[in-house]
Design a protein around this ligand. Structure first.
Ligand code: BG6
Length: 446
């Protein structure tokens, strides 16, 4: 497979950043071990710093053996047009050594306020115009509908649609992809995937970690923009959308599901959108008055008649009891039969759990809840990481796991009312202790 792939230069802008070290370089060495990278493959790590040593950028022996041969550092000023021209000439030199057509992937692993000027400079310096160039962008895409619209306009001005890959690494998670397959390929679930059978949907993403060292980023972002706007609304879309016949149509179907999502506007905000902040957060960011949320509890509805009346809850937070991302489907019940729950587990331990009622063997014939569990780790050696999938899809120009401009704007549209309410008042903000379970975080109505 690898020898047939187009030679590639991967430019990582922000090579010394946390993301490059923790996710990007490890993902590439995993792909190298699996022999799915092009044979002619170079990584150019861009940084402003003059003191960067390649050996400080990776942590394992496997990474060292691949990256010491394939990674090089390019120092430049990110605001200097001349440096982009110098970079482009350097990439041309590498490309010539391949002796055959090649592609250049620019991965912007930089804070959002830095990425927009870089996009403009890639455009004005002429780098973007080369048809073998692709742009890979990390979220967040803007901070609200207005700033996202501005960003989208800049991207569209300098890059053609097929050149741009907007990354939402949750879409590339194994079980996010599997969610569509699972619900479409099993008649049991396919025929019951609607309001007649399903009572409620919960998308839950708890994290044990705090904000780590990202204080400035988090103070500007908060959980609503960081996880809900991007990752969790995408999971909601994958859960609610109709399943297309072809993978290529998945983004269009996700968009349609997002277009139908809304907050129930006619009831007081606190009933459907409230937030929390863990104790110690204000000291961590050195802002005694911070109202930034580290926890979100949001209820949405869909105007798709198929989902009429089904609440879609989105719950996420930092500094909670455990790391887990799950889509929980609760089925309807009445007096004669009990409710079942289906849990799609994105992480950890990717798999599926079905909670059923059954008689527990024994003399007392107790009927109780039991779980049927499928954990992929019990069956296969390794579940690929999301960033491995992101790179592979971008290398192969497969767009379906990337997010479109319209999806970005639609997600901001869904949250606009909540953002507006939260900017006006913080009476919904509750404080919780680190390590708390989400079910123990309550909003007490005034
Ligand atoms: C990132 C967020 O996009 O996703 C982080 O900015 C968050 O705040 C991270 O911790 C979670 O990703 P994962 O793959 O570890 O669940």
């Amino acid at each position: 497979m690898s020898s047939a792939m187009q030679p590639t230069i991967l430019v990582i802008v922000g090579i010394t950043g946390d993301l490059a070290k923790r996710k990007l370089l490890p993902a590439i060495s995993e792909l190298a071990v699996a022999a799915v990278l092009p044979e002619k493959f170079k990584i150019v790590g861009v940084t402003r710093r003059a003191d960067v040593r390649i050996e400080d950028l990776f942590s394992s022996v496997a990474q060292a053996s691949y990256h010491s041969e394939h990674l090089e550092i390019f120092q430049m000023q990110l605001h200097e047009t001349a440096d982009y021209i110098r970079l482009s000439a350097h990439l041309d030199d590498i490309g010539k050594s391949f002796n055959e057509p090649y592609q250049r992937l620019f991965y912007l692993s930089v804070p959002p306020q830095v990425s927009q000027p870089i996009i403009k400079l890639l455009g004005t310096s002429g780098v973007a115009a080369a048809s073998n160039t692709k742009l890979l962008l990390e979220k967040p895409f803007g901070v609200d509908l207005a700033s996202a619209t501005d960003l989208v306009e800049d991207i569209d001005h300098y890059f053609k649609p097929g050149q741009v890959y907007r990354i939402d690494h949750y879409l590339a998670k194994e079980m996010a992809q599997n969610l569509i397959v699972f619900r479409d390929r099993n008649s049991l679930f396919k025929h019951t995937w609607n309001k007649d059978f399903i009572k409620s949907i919960e998308i839950v993403a708890t994290e044990k970690i705090r904000i780590e060292n990202r204080t400035a980023f988090y103070e500007q972002t908060g959980a609503l923009r960081d996880l809900v706007q991007s990752h969790l609304l995408k999971l909601a879309a994958l859960t609610l959308m109709d399943v297309p016949d072809s993978l290529e149509d998945v983004p269009t179907f996700r968009l349609k599901a997002l277009q139908q999502l809304h907050v129930p506007k006619d009831i007081p905000t606190i009933d459907y959108a409230w937030r929390g902040q863990y104790t110690g957060y204000r000291e961590e960011v050195d802002n005694p008055h911070s109202r930034v949320e580290t926890y979100v509890n949001l209820t949405l509805h869909s105007s798709d008649p198929k989902w009429s009346g089904v609440p879609i809850k989105i719950i996420t937070g930092k500094a909670l009891h455990t790391k887990a991302t799950e889509v929980r489907i609760t089925y309807k019940h009445d007096k004669q039969y009990a409710s079942n729950q289906l849990i799609i587990k994105l992480q950890p331990d990717e798999g599926i759990e079905l909670r059923l009622y059954a008689q527990t063997p024994g003399y007392d014939r107790r009927v109780e809840h039991h779980s049927l569990k499928l954990a992929f780790k019990d069956h296969i050696a390794k579940v690929p990481g999301a960033y491995e999938q992101v790179f592979l899809d971008a290398l192969h120009s497969q767009n379906s796991q990337f997010t479109t401009n319209q999806e970005v704007l639609e997600s901001w549209r869904i949250l606009a009312l909540v953002q507006k309410q939260w900017a006006m008042s913080s009476e919904d903000l509750v404080v919780y202790k680190p390590g708390t379970k989400p079910e123990n975080i309550h909003h007490v109505k005034a």
